[in-house]
Write a protein that binds this ligand. Sequence first.
Ligand SMILES: Cc1cc2nc3c(=O)[nH]c(=O)nc-3n(C[C@H](O)[C@H](O)[C@H](O)COP(=O)(O)OP(=O)(O)OC[C@H]3O[C@@H](n4cnc5c(N)ncnc54)[C@H](O)[C@@H]3O)c2cc1C
Length: 369
Amino acid sequence: MAAITAAEHGAGVLVLEHMDSAGKKLLLTGKGRCNYTNTDVCPKHYHSLESYLAGSDAGSAPQEFMEPVLSEFDHAACLDYFRTLGIEPEIRHYRFDHTGYVYPREGGASKVLDALMLRAELLGVRFLYGVRISTAVRTDDGSFALSWHRSVHGHTAEEQESCDALIIAAGSNAYPDTGSDSSVYSLLKELGLSADHTGFLPALCALYSKDPLLSEWKGQRAEGTVSLLIDGRETSRKERGEIQFNEHSISGIPVMQLSGLASSCLKNGRSISLSLQIPDADDPGRLLMDHVFPIHRTAGFERAQCCTGGIRLHTVEPSCMESTHVRDVYFCGEILDVDGDCGGYNLHFAWASGRLAGRCAADPVRDRF
Ligand SMILES: Cc1cc2nc3c(=O)[nH]c(=O)nc-3n(C[C@H](O)[C@H](O)[C@H](O)COP(=O)(O)OP(=O)(O)OC[C@H]3O[C@@H](n4cnc5c(N)ncnc54)[C@H](O)[C@@H]3O)c2cc1C
């Protein structure tokens, strides 16, 4: 989206991708159906690790950061834009959630990826795959000199190019097999930006417990209420929905929504537990379960739908996504310390921040902050 937007604003764009194709994670979204936005996109659905670590149970990403980004490309603008790419929306409603999850009416994630790739191709965006970026240095004329290795016809070639602006859209460390594997740290280091990154922790994932009650419930799904306790203290975080019991873990949307907070607490050495109440469907006044499960870890990065943590938000100018420390370096998407709830919010943030970064990176005469 950043590449497309920069090209729409007249820039020549080169995408350096280290996998053999683009959009591998996009193809997995919404179990292949691609929940690409939500009718309720607004700052309250976004969290940040720095906010969690500062002691906030909600972990709300700062309003002053989220508002300008989301207003660049709100829910309506998102639907309109994807319509221009041939993607008609279908809005689905689920129990326990008043919001509308938006999917393509047909074709799912592969149709969304194809539409974006076609748009990029029509705009002349160039893609190179299998790229291992080795250096990125600022030259005397203010541009960046980039060099990388790439396998061409069976042998490794070293190539280079210079550019006026860099947009870093390398994702997080969630599902590293998709290419989102933190390998971008070395580039950040070279640009002098490693201290601007918090490191990543898994979010939107299952939570693990050694409680023996799990073996009785494993394989079952039940509707109920989940709340997170920190050091035995009740928090304001309470979620309802379908809970899934596995052999060693508890998952389902209400648990996943609490996992970013759980990750940050475990990182801080706090003890956490999940309090579960499951009413009897035949007799709602009676509880089938009212139990507190001690949690000792979250799922790993390979099973987390996103990460909490990333580029610290106070080091990025929200009106343009440019680093406040290195001019002409822009960030967008999950590499930023923003993690959204389940429901299409993470892709929406990637689109919105990508549009902002692409537009501003393409504008050579933009007023500087
Ligand atoms: C299983 C699953 C299901 C999901 N479902 C949904 C959903 O339905 N709705 C929703 O809103 N969100 C969903 N998400 C989250 C969403 O997919 C991500 O938040 C979103 O893809 C982030 O976009 P991004 O462009 O920032 O990063 P990514 O999509 O991860 O893309 C980053 C790109 O950068 C490349 N890259 C990384 N490092 C380098 C490097 N060093 N050099 C060159 N290239 C590099 C990667 O190969 C990749 O192509 C899901 C995630 C998962 C894992």
